[in-house]
Ligand binder design. Structure first.
Ligand code: TUI
Length: 308
């Protein structure tokens, strides 16, 4: 299925993997790229040298295009932004902020820049700043989120910009893919479904928590201090939401979550750790190789879109 996004990135299928903190490392990125999508290394809060190593390891496993997600709240974002240039990365996505100050450097290096946005205003700003495409990410997503739903956000961003739009948030199968195309998107980005991929180093407990999730298991913490994070309900969210309701200051709450995502993803503590996942967690039923995930979605979507 050809779209402006497959042409722009030189990929077979218009499916992009989210840059999930701790989860999106080189094994997953290479597997998604080898399966014909765009794999992404999530720099998250990693030091720049760790990101450099991840880029080099990805290149050992794939000769297909892949990208790096620069998380702009990372205190090391500036160094990471330089490392992607030094290492000849072809695609950069950004999250949790406005990447304007890095745009000129990345464009000069010939990098395709795809900011993740949660509003029409930022999408327009990014187009003017020279972005090649944007990911319009709805509030159904896991992790750090905006407030507008994918159904409402994607068509509004499509109407507001001329660059291609990639839909994200609440997409886990061929139906979500097809619906995104109907909204005017030219690719999708998925996180939760790839968290559970066979090649993802995500702890088995984390994968199982997603597989066992119900539709109503999704909670949003941090709304009161302006850093909303979507995750699955557990002891951590119960404690966090209770303290938030009591008006406990943000610094204390941050202490509570310090290292808690790592605890869940790497150590498998899904009770007291942070289990970031989207609202479609309950739609993910099994651990599958990236190739099977992508082929299943494309087969189902093509039937729905009559593009066989
Ligand atoms: O970035 C994400 N998702 C993430 S980042 C992350 S690491 C983290 N963990 C805990 C707390 C905070 C971060 C986990 N999940 N998605 C892309 C995204 N970007 N969603 C929303 C936004 C966004 C929000 C506001 C982008 C820009 C923005 O404002 C821009 C401005 O003008 O400053």
């Amino acid at each position: 299925m050809k779209t402006r996004v497959t042409e722009l990135l030189g990929i077979e299928y218009p499916i992009i993997q989210g840059g999930m903190a701790w989860v999106a490392e080189y094994h997953l990125a290479a597997a998604v790229s080898n399966a014909g999508g765009l794999g992404i290394i999530g720099a998250a809060s990693a030091p720049a040298e760790v990101v450099r190593e991840q880029i080099r390891k990805t290149k050992e496993l794939t000769d297909k295009p892949f990208g790096v997600n620069v998380m702009l709240m990372n205190p090391n974002a500036e160094e990471v932004a330089k490392v992607v240039v030094e290492e000849g990365v072809k695609v950069v996505t950004t999250g949790a902020g406005n990447p304007s100050k890095f745009m000129a450097m990345w464009k000069e290096a010939g990098i395709k820049v795809i900011p993740v946005v949660a509003s029409v205003a930022l999408a327009k700003l990014m187009e003017r700043a020279g972005a090649d495409a944007v990911v319009a990410e709805g509030t159904e997503s896991g992790g750090h989120i905006g407030s507008t739903t994918t159904m409402a956000l994607v068509p509004q961003v499509v109407d507001a910009v001329n660059i291609p739009v990639i839909a994200a948030g609440g997409i886990a199968d061929g139906r979500g893919f097809a619906a995104s195309m109907m909204l005017g998107a030219e690719a999708v980005q998925m996180g939760t479904r790839f968290c559970v991929a066979q090649e993802a180093i995500t702890h088995d407990n984390y994968k199982l928590r997603i597989i066992k999730a119900k539709d109503i298991d999704s909670e949003v913490t941090g709304l009161s201090h302006g850093h909303p994070v979507r995750q699955l309900r557990n002891n951590m969210t119960k404690e966090y939401l209770k303290l938030e309701k009591e008006g406990v200051p943000m610094e204390e709450l941050e202490y509570l979550t310090l290292g808690s995502l790592r605890k869940a993803v790497m150590d498998g503590d899904t009770i007291n750790g942070t289990v970031m996942a989207g609202q479609i967690a309950a739609m993910v039923k099994e651990v599958q190789p990236c190739k099977d995930i992508i082929e299943e979605i494309m087969t189902d979507a093509k039937k729905l879109l009559n593009r066989e």
